[in-house]
Design a protein around this ligand. Sequence first.
Ligand code: NI
Length: 436
Amino acid sequence: MLPREKVFRDPVHNYIHVRHQVILDLINTPEFQRLRRIKQLGVANTVFQGAEHSRFTHSLGVYEITRQICDSFQTNYPDLWDDSERLVALCAALLHDVGHGPYSHTFEHIFKTDHEAITRRILCDESTNINRILREVAPDFPQKVASVIDHTYPNPQVVQMISSQIDADRMDYLLRDAYNTGTNYGLFDLTRILRVMRPYPDGIAFDANGMHAVEDYIVSRFQMYQQIYFHPVSRGMEVVLMHLLARAKTLYEAGRFDAAYNPRLLIPFFEGTWTLKDYLKLDDGVLNTYFTYWLDYPDPILKDFSDRFLSRRPLKSVTFTSDTEHLLPDLKALVAEAGFDPEYYTAENDSFDLPYDAYDPSSANPKTQIEIMQLDGSLEELSTLSPLVAAISGRMTGDKRFYFPKTMLQPASDDADSTYQQFQHYLLNGALINLR
Ligand code: NI
């Protein structure tokens, strides 16, 4: 334990309280400090300009919520909670996202990296500072922490604290993202939820009198996905980033990458030979620096996408459904006719989420359902008690979008612009429609 508690000031939780030397040492490792240089929401700051917060702030927040849960369990349920589990829970909370890279989801898609596997390596590979600090606790401690993150740790209370349909990770990112994007409907009553959260032998449940606070959290989460995480313009910027990286990789693979613009730190990823050390050198700034160099690159597509990314020129979009999907080849042909390579200048993008689900053993990935504890100690699944949650439970929500250059929407001034006019015939109220 530290001789004196250390605190970090935080806009969501006010103070992050650190009492263990191990936690402070983990925060001070280069692998963890690197998270300061990776934005939590990637390109979302191009739509919600406040969303500049980092994975570092989120990781500390998940740690703090977990610490508060442990304090409450230790004070109120000492017979049901074993406080010797506290350190493994705190370390797992702090480190659960340590394997994220810059613009994670897009980067992973292009370079086939996997942040969960990398998190495990950062914890378990003897070359890292994080592993060395965890090993000082006990030789098997790195594996223990990794097993909490992998959901294989034997104590379900610890696993559910970090990962379930209402866990410290989700509660922190929803509040933090709502705060930083300025969207107040993403807020919910964390203090109340922590107050009614209680351990039982098979996991974590909520007291019946806290049901509405839990319900409000589910509704907030639903709205954050629809309004923030699935924002069509943010996805238009993700498409730009995806095609920018894909173009760079294609040029490199074709042996056509101009050596003067070589992105040295990305080459191991182009070649598929990267090591953990290579991965830990990357952050948002490294990628943005290469994009700035490529503004002068001779290839027009790489140059244009670098400019689109840095100057915020997203692709535009319309929604489509299974009824209108057959029209996409026609639209792509018109985009090509207008002079754009459809491989880069068009895209299809789906974003769907399951806001909440009751346990379904037949599902490929069954979720731990939210249990409400009745006065007699029996458990009831949340959606059987809440009509609001029942209304969104088990239903995937989101949309499918087709992306294309904004030029296609310009008004046709003469016959030369008939390609644009034909394109626009397929669109009505932001959706693709079948022509009569
Ligand atoms: Ni997280």
